[in-house]
Design a protein around this ligand. Structure first.
Ligand code: SF4
Ligand code: MG
Length: 322
């Protein structure tokens, strides 16, 4: 059945600030799901805490607004119990790379087949603009009394070092390009990370929409020169096709080098993609062959008379320390 954009919208009042980059990301997710005709009941959107973590409220799919930094373990549990769902995690840079950093790293090792969108604005918008883990050292956004004293994390580098098999960057105001990236992330077999440059007009007065569109940088004709460029418009190719040749390591290295470009010349697009790594679901199926045909969400947990079908006493007996 063809899906319309309106099928994916909700009536929930949206309280993002006017001009927030989150609107562009929400539109890109809705457009991607509509174009892919993924039925809303087959999608679960999971978030942590922050402005961007309100996203599940505005999407007419299943959704869970969880705890600060805990979207990935929730999403992992949902996907492993019901592998037929498309699971999409949404959250901010503070949520995912501050309190959630341990989950961020270890999710790369698992390679669960789902997508993670980080709305990266360099600040904790919901709590009035404190420096987030991605704000660069020395930057002084308007809510800071002094320039940022910490180094900023490079999220793409961290994802590459942690084993993510799809690593991309989008821009919230290039909605069509972002929509294509989100479609690729959903279709990717494995864990897909899309870091999205997301202007926060209320608290980040440095990395603004005007900044990314080229404010203060004019070509000889007086037109602004954008600070983002698309990897696909260059000779860059991040996709692994022949892993047996050592291509994987080469492509990770080239993506890492590319991830250092930031500021006047900031790449967006797919930095790295490798579908030759087993997913966590495949590893589970290797241990428990019935997993694929009979995952936990498909199993009966109660009999018609209301009594549970499971009895964990045998399992507990096995774990008992003599
Ligand atoms: Fe968006 Fe920033 Fe407002 Fe939060 S504080 S809704 S990130 S503009
Ligand atoms: Mg943030």
């Amino acid at each position: 059945m063809a899906l319309k954009l309106t099928d994916l919208k909700t009536e929930v009042h949206n309280d993002w600030c006017p001009g927030c980059g989150d609107f562009g990301i929400l539109s890109a997710v809705q457009m991607a799901l509509a174009e892919m005709s993924v039925e809303p009941y087959k999608v679960a959107v999971v978030s942590g805490v922050g402005c961007s973590s309100k996203t599940p409220h505005y999407l007419n799919t299943y959704g869970v607004h969880t705890l600060h930094g805990r979207s990935l373990p929730f999403a992992t549990g949902i996907k492993l119990s019901n592998p037929g769902l498309e699971v999409i995690c949404c959250g901010g840079d503070g949520d995912g790379l501050g309190i959630g950093a341990g989950h961020f790293v270890n999710s790369g090792r698992r390679n669960v087949d789902m997508a993670y969108l980080v709305f990266d604005n360099g600040v904790y918008g919901l709590t009035k603009g404190q420096a987030s883990p991605t704000l660069k050292l020395g930057m002084k956004t308007k809510a800071l009394a002094k320039p940022n004293i910490n180094q900023g994390i490079n999220p793409l580098m961290l994802a590459l070092a942690s084993g993510y098999t799809f690593v991309a960057r989008g821009y919230a105001y290039d909605v069509r390009h972002l929509k294509e990236l989100i479609k690729k992330a959903i279709l990717h077999r494995g864990f897909a990370f899309v870091n999205v440059l997301q202007p926060c007009p209320t608290y980040n007065d440095i990395l603004t929409k005007d900044y990314w569109s080229g404010e203060g940088r004019l070509d000889p004709g007086g037109r602004p020169i954008p600070r983002t460029y698309k990897l696909e418009d260059t000779r860059f190719d991040g996709v692994v096709r022949t892993p047996e040749t050592g291509e994987m390591e080469e492509k990770i290295k080239q993506a890492m080098m590319k991830s250092f470009e930031f500021g006047d010349h900031t790449p967006i697009g797919v930095f790295y993609q490798n579908e030759f790594i087993t997913t966590y679901e495949e590893r589970l199926a290797g241990r428990s062959p019935s997993y694929k045909t009979n995952p936990p969400a498909g199993q009966e947990i109660v009999r018609p008379d209301g009594t549970p079908t499971t009895n964990i006493s045998k399992l507990l007996d096995e774990l008992r320390v003599a």
